[in-house]
Structures are given as structure tokens and as C-alpha cells.
Design a protein around this ligand. Structure first.
Ligand code: COA
Length: 400
């Protein structure tokens, strides 16, 4: 049972300055603008500079989100970073981000590929719903260009770098995350794989020569999966929310390929005006794709107070993740204070229950002890009398 709602109280995005167009790509690999636009809808993508990393992109988006939420880094209770392209395998990039931002809260990294941001939202929602935490930063960030083989036209034309972030905060009124649908099916996991970095194999010259430190993909298989799962998960999350397609004001799908989106919405029967697309500007930014699209839809005035959004993602694993979010503007400080006071706090309820039962046990033991004491004082004269008798007896016995 959900006792608290979680609403998006802050949002931000960051994309690297460098734009790589399809025409630029024609000079690098055997491809052309017409093919890329027709098959994917992508016109350009952003590529991180050499001095940028996953954490630097993430922090820029996160700082904006905090500013919108009116919070400081040390107000955060948790940071969840969704990425498949961290600065290092160790240390964990979420801790790097937490430290560099000046936050003091716990932080962890969630790796589910392109579905990471929605998985992160669903996870953050649990902590807020149960009253464990109040303000949670969820970041979707990817610096995937470092893992692309720039001689492989099957992959390098599709992806781009970027970051998006939201702050989730509690609300006493029904808003924010209404339902989600999470899924995983590892059977076809190897159709989208970065084979050479991980404990399954040792990195050596041979693996590097074979380019196993780069992303490899069976595009057709992923296409089939995506166009099947996108409509399916949309319907499932609507069912979980007790809603229908007509209740959705804006569908924000994972921005992998405009053709995947087009085919899926035709299967669903959703008009294209109700679907947000920005894949032409950024390509597939994996875990950053949904938050980037969400923030841009807001910036373009496509989301109004009270709107129901459906976020749908699919990706490596293979995984899928969808969420229904009702949009609600951040509350003012005064309202937020009232909001907080109205909220049922499960943690404190549990604490109160535990405290009360301890008090009852202490009281019961006290009553029992007091009764025993009273009984013993009542019996004292008898005891004394008996004692006297026995004393006399012993005296008598002595005199005998
Ligand atoms: N430029 C020019 N030609 C290209 C090309 C490129 N960048 N990439 C592939 N081709 C060629 C192929 O070699 C093939 O040529 P052939 O017919 O002579 O063999 C032809 O184009 C068709 O290739 P195909 O793979 O069948 O194209 P497609 O219509 O399936 O489109 C994808 C390829 C990758 C765009 C598409 O399969 C896709 O989007 N898949 C999903 C990818 C995805 O979303 N991944 C991330 C998931 S999170």
C-alpha cells in the first residue's frame, strides 16, 4: 500500500557542445545522411569532449535539477545514477558524483542499459512511498561514444552522449509516479553486448585487436524486440495504473530510432501529436534518453500541470521499463512544509509501535512486580509470625 506519493520536484539536462552530424559521419565511415535519416530519424548527435566523463555530464544535469527543486546537495537523502558507461568499473561513479556534488547521502549505480532511468525512478519511488527517504536524485547519464567502434556503421551512427536528472520528493496529494512496469529477458542479451569489459573475459591484446571493448549489436533482433515490447509495456503500465490510452497526454518513448517509435505508436493507435520525439537531435543516449526528452518536452511547453505522461523504455539486457507519471509543479516552501506535516511517515509509525509495545511490556512487568511486592508486604506479618514461631521453635529446640 502506498502511503506517500512521489512527485518530480526538479529536473535538468546536459548535452556536450560538440555536434556530430550525419554529414560529418560520412567522412568517418561508409554511410550517408539519407540512409541514417530514413532508417533511424537521426540527424545529429552530441559527442563528449576529451576532458568530459560520465560524472561531469551527470553533475551538470543534476545541479540544474537541484536548483529547480530549490534544494542543496546536502538536502538529498539518496542518489541513484543509471548508466552503462561509468568513469571506471571501480570506484563506482555514483560515489564520485555524490562526492563532487558535495552531497553526504548514500548513492548507488544502477545498470540496466537504456531502461536505467525508469528503473531508477521506480526504485526511488519505493524509498519515498515507504517514508524511508524524502529527496532522491535520479540521474540517467551516458558517455557511450567512448565505447563505439567508429569503423562499425551498424552502431556508431546510432548513439550519442548526454545526461538528464530529476529530483523526486514526497507529496500527500495523488501525483507523480502512479504505476510502473519493469521487465527483463536475458535470453537475447548477447544481441546487444560490450563483450570485452567485464569478468567474463580478460582484457588482453587479442581482445583489443578483435575490438571487444566496443559495443556490438544485432540491429534487426533489437528492432523486433523493441517494436514488440514498446506497445506491450505501454499497455501493461496503463493496466497497472488503472488507466487507458485515452488518459495519456504525452507518451515519452526511449529515443533509439524514430522508426521503432513510429511503428509502435501505430500498433498502439496513439496519434503522433501525443508522442514526444527528439531522437533527430541526440541519437540514442541510452539511460539519458528519457530524462533528456522529458526535460525538453517541459522546456517546449508540451507538458501541463496535471498531465499524465507515459515513459516507455527498452534496451540492453534485454530489459524494458515503463512508468505513468502525473505532472505536478513543485510546491512552494510553505506548501511543502504543510505537505511534509500531512505525510504519514512509516518509519516513525514503526518506531512508535515498537516504542509503545516496549512501554506496554515495561508497564506489565512493573505492575506484576508491584503486585508481588504488595502481596509480599501483606503476607509479611504472617511471615514474621511464622518466622517468630520458627524462631521460638528453634529457641525451644535450643532450650530442649
Ligand atoms: N549506413 C549505410 N548503410 C548501412 C548502415 C549505415 N549506417 N548500416 C547498415 N547498413 C546497410 C546494411 O549493411 C545493409 O546492407 P545490405 O542490404 O547490402 O546487406 C542495409 O543497410 C540494411 O541493413 P539492416 O541492418 O537490415 O537495416 P535496418 O533497416 O534493420 O536498420 C538499424 C538498421 C540498426 C537502424 C535497425 O535495425 C535498428 O534501429 N535496430 C534497433 C537498434 C537499437 O535501437 N539499438 C539500441 C537499443 S537500446
Amino acid at each position: 500500500m502506498t502511503l506517500r506519493y512521489s512527485r518530480i520536484s526538479g529536473w535538468g539536462k546536459y548535452v556536450p557542445e560538440k555536434i556530430l552530424t550525419n554529414t560529418d559521419l560520412e567522412k568517418i565511415v561508409d554511410t550517408n545522411d539519407e540512409w541514417i535519416v530514413q532508417r533511424t530519424g537521426i540527424k545529429e548527435r552530441r559527442i563528449a569532449a576529451e576532458n568530459e566523463s560520465c560524472s561531469t555530464l551527470a553533475i551538470k544535469a543534476a545541479e540544474q535539477a537541484l536548483e529547480v527543486a530549490g534544494l542543496r546537495a546536502d538536502d538529498l537523502d539518496l542518489i541513484i545514477v543509471s548508466t552503462s558507461s561509468p568513469d571506471y568499473l571501480v570506484p563506482i561513479v555514483s560515489s564520485t558524483i555524490q562526492h563532487k556534488m558535495g552531497a553526504t547521502c548514500p548513492a548507488f549505480t544502477l545498470v540496466t542499459g537504456c531502461t536505467g532511468f525508469v528503473y531508477g525512478l521506480a526504485t526511488a519511488h519505493q524509498f519515498i512511498a515507504t517514508g524511508t527517504y524524502n529527496h532522491i536524485l535520479v540521474i540517467g547519464v551516458e558517455l557511450i561514444s567512448r565505447f563505439l567502434d567508429w569503423t562499425d556503421r551498424n552502431t556508431c551512427v546510432l548513439f550519442g552522449d548526454g545526461a538528464g536528472a530529476v529530483v523526486l520528493s514526497p507529496s500527500s496529494t495523488p501525483t507523480g509516479i502512479k504505476a510502473f512496469d519493469l521487465g527483463s529477458d536475458g535470453e537475447k542479451g548477447r544481441e546487444l553486448i560490450l563483450p570485452g569489459i567485464g569478468s567474463a573475459s580478460k582484457i588482453d591484446y587479442a581482445t583489443l585487436d578483435r575490438g571487444e571493448h566496443y559495443l556490438r549489436m544485432n540491429g534487426r533482433e533489437i528492432f523486433k524486440f523493441a517494436t514488440r515490447i514498446l506497445p506491450k509495456s505501454t499497455m501493461q503500465v496503463l493496466e497497472n495504473a488503472g488507466m487507458t490510452l485515452d488518459d495519456i497526454d504525452l507518451l515519452i518513448p526511449h529515443q533509439a530510432n524514430a522508426r521503432i517509435i513510429d511503428l509502435s505508436i501505430r500498433r498502439l493507435g496513439i496519434p503522433s501529436e501525443k508522442v514526444y520525439i527528439n531522437v533527430h537531435k541526440y541519437g540514442n543516449t541510452s539511460a539519458a534518453s528519457i530524462p533528456l526528452a522529458l526535460v525538453e518536452a517541459l522546456e517546449e511547453g508540451k507538458i501541463k500541470e496535471g498531465d499524465h505522461l507515459c515513459l516507455v523504455s527498452f534496451g540492453a539486457g534485454l530489459t524494458w521499463a515503463s512508468a505513468i507519471v502525473q505532472w505536478g509543479q513543485p510546491l512552494g516552501e510553505e506548501e511543502a512544509a504543510i505537505d511534509e506535516s500531512l505525510i504519514w511517515d512509516l518509519t516513525s509509525i514503526r518506531k512508535k509501535v515498537a516504542l509503545t509495545s516496549t512501554k506496554v511490556r515495561v508497564k506489565a512487568r512493573t505492575i506484576a512486580e508491584e503486585t508481588a511486592y504488595k502481596a509480599s508486604t501483606l503476607l509479611l506479618p504472617l511471615y514474621t509470625f511464622g518466622g517468630g514461631k520458627s524462631a521460638k521453635r528453634s529457641k525451644n529446640s535450643k532450650t530442649k
